[in-house]
Design a protein around this ligand. Structure first.
Ligand code: HEM
Length: 135
């Protein structure tokens, strides 16, 4: 992965990780506003779910230069998501909500370069997951 992309994503993630519970809550607010039909897929405690999501994104951001490790983790995650009822199109909705949340959380630090870097990284992660879900 392009080193500049990795640096931009890692640096901006540090700011978001510092407000992880708020960022996670905002993310689900954005997600359910974008598509209320996704709400019933989430059956567990949303605070715990938010913490798991933030932890997984953090782990992925840490492994962007170690795709041999990251890809199988994402493939396993994707297969579990099939059981949660997640469909291919949902990955775009989640990507939109993620970018929206990053924009809200980072404010002026969400520059066009940072946005492009996150778009690229989410695209890679979602691409691996979508492929694994189809396989
Ligand atoms: C890069 C993309 C994504 C990441 C990193 C991610 C991360 C996670 C993690 C870490 C969990 C905890 C359970 C587990 O590890 O199996 C989880 C559960 C879940 N995710 Fe995702 N997810 C992603 C995409 C999506 C998408 C596109 C949807 C569609 C709405 C979705 C809906 C769910 C649901 C419904 C659960 C189960 C919640 C429950 O048990 O109540 N996720 N996700």
């Amino acid at each position: 992965m392009d080193p500049q992309t990795v640096t931009l994503v890692r640096t901006s993630w540090k700011s978001v990780a510092g407000i992880a519970p708020q960022a996670a809550a905002l993310f689900y607010q954005n997600l359910f506003a974008a598509d209320p039909a996704l709400k019933p897929l989430f059956r567990g405690d949303m605070e715990q779910q938010g913490a798991k999501l933030m932890q997984m994104i953090g782990a992925a951001v840490g492994k962007l230069n170690d795709l041999d490790t990251l890809v199988p983790i994402l493939q396993g995650l994707a297969r579990r998501h099939v059981d949660y009822g997640v469909k291919d199109a949902h990955y775009d909705t989640v990507g939109g909500a993620l970018l929206q949340t990053l924009g809200q959380g980072l404010g002026p630090a969400f520059t066009p370069d940072v946005k492009a870097a996150w778009t690229s990284v989410y695209g890679v992660m979602a691409g691996v997951m979508r492929d694994a879900a189809k396989a």
